[in-house]
Design a protein around this ligand. Structure first.
Ligand SMILES: Nc1ncnc2c1ncn2[C@@H]1O[C@H](COP(=O)(O)OP(=O)(O)OP(=O)(O)O)[C@@H](O)[C@H]1O
Length: 700
């Protein structure tokens, strides 16, 4: 009685305790602050392990209750013995709900579907009458009593207060007990639910595990399936890759085909344009073709007329050809007449140029001081310098110069072709059936061989013999169209020391042969050489072969005048026999090309011994040649042909029925002036001769 409990301290909210991790089910928002305080306070006395079943929970609560009220085991009993344990019960006033809520919070499981079965409980608890407020009011009343604190001596009053308080506590306890019964009912329900839920949980767990196994099995099957499908998958992937590649290829091809199609389309457009152009062109062409066809008809008519004209022309041409034949005969007669008028023996003078060595000896000058060329027929020769007029540049005659005039004078610059131009008519005469004699006269080294033969195998420098042969063969071809055909034979001989040698026969062939001059039996004045070879010549090439052959056979002896001086007369003869199949005409001509031996005087040549005899014979024959020509010119009754082999051989070519041409070759060396003057005088005498009218040789 002396110690009364202090209610104010008991009614203070307990210190908040951290909620254990297992307490996860209670909704804090649904719990009132009052409940919270009760729950927090209850935990301090709550058993650490939850009861396993309904009984356990109830026991736990009972223990707590007992503990709270001072060890009383039965709640109902407790209510009946309230007075005995009044003070203890007072200490519990602020906490019963906290025990219940704590227990509930820990006992109620969370449903599998997330719904908490304890939610109803919470609502139920929260709908309780607010105990704390009652306590608070009680405390207030006590407080107010406290304010009007009874004096210590008022024990009776204080006891009344206590009894009033106790009564209110009992009422309150009854409420609590009622609540507890509700809780028990609720707990039973919850236990039942829990059992169901546990059963569900077991089933669910079993189902879950079965599902897990099935899932695992399915996974295994899936993996197995994947493993089995792997190669196939790779194949498919490869196929897909190749198909992708093919696709990209095809796409490229498609692109290129598109481009090509576009190009082709352009091309087609261009072609269409071209076709249209061509069509219009074709139309034009067709129109032109029509006009051409009509023109063609006209032309055909014209052609027919022209064909008739051609036939007429052919007839006229035949008539003309006949007249041409007659004209050819007239031409030959006229040609012969012209030559006759020119003189049957003509003289050409040719001065060769200074040779290199001679130029050096002439103070390195090629000027020829002692010869003055006046015109193409005249030159003058003399001692001393030729004066040069400062006004005209023309040379004037010196006092000591002698003038010589010939049919033609060739200066040193004259070419072989220019010289041949002048004698080509003689070659023609040989084809026409005349005897022609061309000979070169002059001192040794004056250019006789150069003029007659020239430089072998050199088209520019070839001499009169090869050029004459060419000319003859060319004319023979032309005459073929007029019906003429010719047979050509060549002989080549030399007269050395009055002895005839065949230059076309080898020494072996000529060994036991004698070459004599005789008259042809059936031909008057026709001289021939016994045993002399006559070689048929089919073309000009053959003549070159014969010239080369003869060149080797010629007797060449060195003298003081010319190291390769020819000491013999060489005579190249071409016999030309022609027949005209159309007219029946025939002719025989003889061409003599004579390279005479050097004409130098004895004292000039300084020859001795055999050379002296050579020189004497040469001079004798040359002198006789002059005599024969003079006799012919003077028309003497006796012509001394037989005084030398040369004149005897050339008898038929020097007579009245022949055409003769003499080259007088002149050396430009001033030291040879005397010989030059002698040669020119000899040529002048020949030039003054008139050897009669040439007559054509008719083949018999
Ligand atoms: N017109 C010319 N142009 C250039 N060189 C020439 C001419 N005439 C002659 N010659 C040269 O002069 C030299 C003597 O000439 P060629 O041998 O023809 O004299 P030739 O009178 O025949 O002597 P020979 O009586 O000794 O035979 C030769 O080297 C020759 O090439």
């Amino acid at each position: 009685m002396s110690k009364l409990p202090t209610y104010s301290g008991r009614l203070q909210p307990p210190t908040a305790v951290k909620r254990p991790p297992s307490d996860n089910g209670m909704d804090e928002a649904a719990v009132s602050p009052e409940k919270k305080s009760r729950t927090a306070g209850g935990r301090a006395t709550q058993p650490s392990k939850p009861a396993a079943g309904r009984g356990g929970l109830k026991r736990s609560f009972s223990v707590a209750n007992v503990s709270a009220v001072g060890g009383q085991k039965d709640h109902s009993k407790n209510s009946l013995a309230s007075s005995k344990f009044r003070s203890s019960t007072l200490s519990l006033i602020g906490r019963p709900s906290s025990v219940s809520s704590s227990v509930l919070a820990n006992r109620v499981p969370t449903g599998l579907n997330g719904r908490r079965p304890g939610a109803n409980i919470t609502n139920h608890v929260s709908s309780r009458p607010p105990v704390a407020s009652k306590v608070s009011s009680t405390n207030k009343s006590l407080g107010s009593e406290g304010k009007s604190k009874r004096p210590g001596w008022d024990l009776k009053g204080r006891l009344q207060d206590m009894e009033a308080l106790l009564k209110s506590r009992e009422v309150e306890q009854k409420e609590w007990m009622k609540k507890f019964e509700e809780y028990d009912t609720r707990i039973v329900t919850l236990e039942s639910e829990k059992t169901h839920l546990s059963h569900d949980l077991v089933q669910t767990t079993t189902s879950y595990e079965a599902n897990q196994e099935e899932i695992e099995s399915l996974r295994r099957n899936l993996r197995k399936e994947q493993d089995e499908r792997c190669p196939e998958k790779n194949n498919y992937e490869n196929t897909i890759q190749s198909l992708t590649f093919s696709k990209s290829n095809l796409e490229r091809q498609v692109n290129s085909l598109d481009a090509e199609i576009a190009a082709r389309q352009e091309e087609v457009a261009g072609l269409k344009f071209t076709v249209s152009e061509l069509s219009s062109t074709q139309a034009g062409m067709e129109a032109r073709l029509k006009s051409t066809e009509s023109l063609l008809v006209e032309r055909n008519q014209q052609i027919t007329e022209m064909m008739a004209q051609i036939e007429e022309q052919k007839r006229k041409i035949e008539e003309s050809n006949e007249k041409l034949q007659q004209g050819e005969m007239v031409r030959r007669k006229l040609h012969n007449t012209v030559l006759e008028l020119k003189g049957n023996i003509r003289v050409f003078c040719r001065v060769r140029p200074l040779l290199n060595e001679e130029i050096q000896n002439n103070a390195n000058s090629d000027v020829i001081h002692h010869i003055n060329f006046i015109d193409e027929h005249t030159l003058e020769v003399g001692k001393g310098d030729v004066n040069t007029s400062s006004m005209s540049g023309l040379k004037s005659r010196g006092n000591n110069f002698t003038e010589f005039a010939y049919d033609r004078v060739f200066q040193p610059t004259a070419t072989q072709a220019e010289v041949f131009e002048e004698i080509s008519q003689l070659a023609q005469s040989a084809l026409d059936g005349y005897n022609v004699c061309i000979f070169a006269y002059g001192q040794t080294g004056s250019g006789k061989t150069f003029t007659m033969e020239g430089v072998p195998n050199d088209d520019e420098l070839e001499g009169m013999i090869p050029r004459t042969v060419k000319h003859i063969f060319k004319n023979m071809e032309e005459l073929e169209s007029k019906g003429w055909s010719y047979k050509v034979e060549a002989s080549f001989l030399e007269i050395y020391n009055e002895t005839i040698r065949d230059l076309l026969a080898s020494p072996k062939e000529a060994k036991n042969l004698t070459y004599e001059l005789k008259f042809q039996d059936n031909k008057k004045n026709e001289i021939y050489v016994t045993n002399l070879k006559r070689i048929p010549v089919e073309n000009e090439g053959k003549v070159h072969t014969l010239l080369n052959m003869a060149q080797q056979q010629r007797a060449v002896a060195a003298t003081n005048m010319n190291e390769q001086s020819s000491r013999s007369h060489s005579v190249f003869q071409l016999r030309l026999s022609g027949e005209n199949a159309k007219t029946g005409d025939s002719c025989e001509g003889m061409l003599n090309l004579v390279d005479l031996a050097g004409s130098e005087r004895l004292k000039e040549s300084k020859s001795e011994g055999a050379r002296l005899v050579e020189t004497q014979n040469i001079n004798k024959s040359l002198a006789n040649l002059g005599n024969v020509i003079m006799a012919i010119g003077q028309k003497q009754s006796h012509i001394p042909y037989r005084n030398s082999k040369l004149t005897h051989l050339l008898q038929s070519s020097l007579g009245g029925n022949s055409k003769a041409l003499m080259f007088v070759n002149i050396s430009p060396v001033e030291a040879c002036l005397n010989e030059t003057q002698n040669s020119l005088r000899f040529a002048t005498r020949v030039n003054q001769c008139h050897i009669g009218v040439a007559s054509k040789q008719i083949k018999k």
